[in-house]
Design a protein around this ligand. Structure first.
Ligand code: PLP
Length: 438
């Protein structure tokens, strides 16, 4: 077996990691090479176990190496790994679409596949734009988004994003969206009053703005957004890439407020965290706006090479079946309560914690009292790693997003490790010299 040192050296020579400053990658902190996973645990090459506290970037649902999911991939592999959806079709894509349409909030009956959350959002934006254009309302080409929004890293998604650090540099490349204050229905109402005639759609992350640091919207806000969109005849796009598939305690966050969007973006948990697959669901009304003779050019000219990949669709089907068979959502409810209690008892009491924001299995622990240069969130993540859990910060917000299938014991341990890591960092502020180097 190739040595870990040799792998790390090759990583540093050839890889370019996402959201990573390569200059200091592997210098400040040891590089951790993950070898395998089992349930809610990750194992490094020395066999050390870590709780997967962020569900491998918010996407793992039923755990790693789940037998039903593993089997679904293997069985599909014995038939075919990939075949195009352009001009052909296949059972896994058909059956998954059928299942998603039955599961999604009422009326979202059409499924357009792609490969990532970002592409699911791009597709929703393009569909909304084209739909209005084909109705003779080409002036409706703007989008209202929420401040601090995150919808992915492709340019359309960045245009409706609002995270200064990630997005501001690309300004000259972006289209001009109208940002509304998240959680403030009055502000959205004002924007719509002023601009409705030029707006194609409002796009929101329902209930929780994840990448912004788990910012919670007040109860009733999403419902109000839907009502305002209806009042102004504007489409509503709900981006449930992060909140979908049980994260908020219901299958989709929209269900908490009985909202049916015109377009619903899904990704991450769709395949249980196994393979890259995303879907943009649309209502029949929206779909019908694209029908016409080929020469009328009402076709949606969009697609990706791996659109509807059979392996990914097969494992997504197995993921949805596992939700039912294992009653994942029913079993999640007491774990959400347990998480809330454990966070209140062990984490909220720490002087270095300013606020805890939780919605279901989405948690943001806001640290307080640290200078930004101290990179306290990052140091907490590193301390947690030493203690046996993988967590990831968003600035000074420590995020917990474990797989939904995590056991009660592991969940308790994840919270205890997080609390201990925060205490460790608070007790050992970085030395002035080290601080400069960070
Ligand atoms: N939308 C939301 C709400 C997200 O949280 C994310 C990723 O975190 C995305 C879109 C982008 O998804 P992907 O990273 O799969 O492109």
């Amino acid at each position: 077996m190739r040595s870990t040192e040799s792998l790390i050296a090759a990583d540093r020579r050839h890889l370019w990691h996402p959201f990573t400053q390569q200059l200091t990658w592997g210098e400040e902190d040891p590089v951790l090479v993950i070898e395998r996973g089992e349930g809610s645990q990750l194992f490094d090459r020395d066999g050390r176990a870590y709780i997967d506290g962020v569900a491998s970037l918010w996407c793992n649902v039923h755990g790693h190496r789940h037998p039903a999911l593993d089997r679904a991939v293997r069985e599909q592999l014995d038939r075919i790994a990939h075949s195009t959806m352009l001009g052909l079709t296949h059972a896994p894509a058909i059956e998954l679409a059928e299942r998603l349409a039955a599961l999604a909030p009422g009326g979202l009956s059409r499924v357009f596949y792609s490969d990532s959350g970002s592409t699911a959002v791009e597709i929703a934006l393009k569909l909304a734009f084209q739909w209005w254009a084909q109705r003779g309302a080409g002036e409706r080409r703007r989008f209202i988004c929420l401040r601090d929004a995150y919808h992915g890293d492709t340019l359309g998604a960045v245009s409706v994003g609002g995270i200064e650090l990630f997005h501001s540099l690309y300004g000259p490349l972006l289209f001009d969206a109208l940002p509304a204050c998240a959680g403030d229905a009055g502000h959205l109402a004002e924007l719509l009053e002023r601009h409705a005639g030029e707006v194609a759609a409002v796009i929101v992350e329902p209930l929780v703005q994840g990448a912004a640091g788990m910012l919670l919207q007040p109860p009733g806000y999403l419902r109000r957004v839907r009502e305002l969109c209806d009042a102004h005849d504007v489409l509503l796009i709900c981006d449930e890439v992060a909140t979908g598939f049980g994260r908020t305690g219901r299958m989709f966050a929209c269900e908490h407020e009985d909202v049916v969007p015109d377009l619903l973006c899904l990704g991450k948990g769709l395949t249980g965290g196994y393979l890259p697959l995303a879907a943009t669901l649309a209502t029949e009304r929206l779909y019908e706006g694209f029908l016409g003779r080929p020469e009328q050019s009402r076709t949606f000219f969009h697609g990706h090479t791996y659109t509807g990949n059979p392996l990914a669709c097969a494992v997504a089907l197995a993921t949805l079946e596992t939700f039912e068979r294992e009653r994942t959502l029913e079993r999640l409810a007491p774990k959400i309560e347990l998480l809330e209690r454990a966070l209140a008892d062990e984490v909220a009491v720490l002087p270095a914690v300013a606020e805890i924001r939780q919605r279901g299995f989405m948690v943001g622990i806001e640290l307080g009292g640290f200078a930004p240069e101290a990179r306290a969130g990052h140091r907490v993540a590193m301390a947690a790693r030493e203690l046996g859990a993988i967590v990831r910060p968003l600035g000074d917000v420590v995020v917990l997003m474990p797989p939904l299938a995590i056991s009660v014991q592991e969940l308790g341990r994840l919270v205890s490790i997080t609390a201990a890591a925060i205490e460790r960092v608070a007790a050992r502020p970085p030395a002035a010299a080290a601080l400069q180097a960070l």
